[in-house]
Design a protein around this ligand. Sequence first.
Ligand code: GDP
Length: 139
Amino acid sequence: MSGNITFTMIKPKAMENGHMGDILAKIIEGGFKVKAMKLTRLTKEEAKVFYAVHKERPFYDGLTDFMSSGPIVAAVLEKENAVQAYRDYIGATNPAEAAEGTIRALYGTNIEANAVHGSDSDENAQIEAGFFFSKRDWV
Ligand code: GDP
């Protein structure tokens, strides 16, 4: 059964490029309800834990450097079938391949600095939301 919660981050490059407001507006316009949100930043160590699933990948060190390089927005979003709906809405990992009008196509810079994160499963959405928020913040 699919859940109604997903987790997102607006990544440092999109923040630096001034896209925070536009991305939040786009998320809301897409019918996602913001259940919890904070402007924060990750340390390198925290980024390594968050992306631990990718630790064997060649881009792990660069990705965790990037994700700890500046402020991010972390948020818990609610919508029916939220994980898949949000992944469809943000587009492919590589902004160059993301469908027109998706968040990554509109605001992404490259495959690493691809504007936003979106959870890939209901289980990971809960884990990732719990990384930044207390459950009472969104339940
Ligand atoms: P996602 O679920 O679409 O975010 O993609 P993945 O879970 O496969 O990768 C996690 C994040 O790692 C992506 O959002 C990118 O920021 C980064 N990433 C993925 N693939 C590559 C790559 O080939 N090169 C680099 N530099 N970063 C990548």
